[in-house]
Ligand binder design. Structure first.
Ligand SMILES: Nc1ncnc2c1ncn2[C@@H]1O[C@H](COP(=O)(O)OP(=O)(O)O)[C@@H](O)[C@H]1O
Ligand SMILES: [Mg+2]
Length: 313
């Protein structure tokens, strides 16, 4: 029981000219939740797919519960529950049939299979939907089924790749609760998401990946403490004006002012703006949070693109 559930060292992966993973080191200790954050194209899905043996690495090592997952993907896979970014259930089968099928695939049998199905469907509020065809579920319901499948058999390592994309508020709350419970019982979770608030709710240790490299990691508190204070974000109609005497970064029509005390800074900001205030479209105070950390580290905001919800049929 000493080794970590997942240990990745110097992992590299290219797709032709594109460097998707550029030497990633990452450890998920037992019973911990790691929030994996990164913008689109950062390499999160590639990382998760390699751990599961769905894609091949170019270099590096991956150990799952001590097993060399690159040399023996099948044994490693036995310890992993995966909720992939793309949904994959059998649409014409019922919720119950899907759970049975995937449960059998991960080696669960008869009585044990039935009790596992009952447990995961209760946790993810699927009990009343058991006879519905998977293809006829709403987006949020499909996400719940998808996650239930990943959790069958209480795997040691749970990989969730943007599992809440397109999910409703209630589904997200249920998922967060399930993840917390599982970690409490000793499972380890690598949780990638487009929603910073979820990682805050999970009180997870955070790893931030950008361009295939880990650019920061630590507890939420430490990351926030180490990456500046509040930000006042000013959005203009057209090109942003130059503001003198303030700690600013400019990104086309957006000016961000770093400050320890946004309330107090407002006067100085408007004084510096003068007449240019006419072109102001919005002003937002972003308090110290994972959002300000992400802005500080990447110069970008971490907002979810409004989902073109592929499952909302
Ligand atoms: N099958 C693929 N073929 C070519 N390029 C890919 C493929 N999958 C991902 N990529 C590229 O690799 C990079 C990382 O992608 P991905 O791992 O999907 O990132 P994320 O999940 O963080 O959005 C991106 O630049 C993406 O365009
Ligand atoms: Mg992805």
């Amino acid at each position: 029981m000493i080794e970590a559930a997942l240990e990745i060292e110097a992992l590299k992966k290219r797709y032709g000219e594109i460097v998707a993973l550029d030497g990633v080191d990452l450890t998920v200790p037992r019973g911990e939740v790691i929030g994996l954050l990164g913008p689109n194209g950062a390499g999160k899905t590639t990382l998760v797919s390699i751990v599961c043996g769905l894609r091949r690495a170019d270099a590096g090592t991956v150990r799952v519960c001590g097993i060399d997952a690159l040399a023996d993907p099948q044994s490693a896979r036995g310890h992993i529950g995966l909720a992939p970014q793309e949904l994959g259930v059998y649409p014409i089968d019922s919720v119950h049939q899907n759970l049975r099928l995937f449960g059998e695939l991960c080696g669960l049998r008869s009585a044990n299979l039935q009790s596992q199905i009952e447990a995961v469907s209760a946790a993810l509020r699927l009990t009343d939907l058991m006879d519905r065809k998977a293809g006829e579920l709403s987006g949020g319901q499909k996400r719940r089924l998808h996650t239930a499948i990943a959790l069958l058999g209480e795997p040691h390592l749970i990989l969730m790749d943007e599992a809440t994309t397109g999910a409703d508020v209630e589904t997200r709350a249920a998922l967060i609760q399930v993840v917390r419970d599982l970690a409490g019982r000793g499972s380890s979770v690598l949780y990638s998401t487009h929603y910073l608030g979820e990682v805050e709710d999970l009180e997870a240790r955070v790893v931030i990946i950008d361009n295939g490299r880990i650019i920061a990691e630590g507890s939420i508190t430490n990351l926030i403490a180490g990456n500046g204070g509040s930000i006042v974000e000013l959005v203009f109609n057209g090109k942003a004006p130059i503001l003198r005497g303030l700690d600013v970064t400019v990104d086309e029509s957006v000016v961000r002012v770093r400050t320890e005390d946004p309330g107090r800074e407002m006067g100085a900001i408007f004084a510096a703006l003068g007449d240019e205030a006419r072109h102001l479209q919005s002003v937002e105070i972003i308090n110290p949070s994972l959002e300000t950390v992400f802005l500080e580290l990447t110069g970008r905001r971490y907002e979810p693109e409004e989902n073109v919800d592929v499952m909302a049929s």
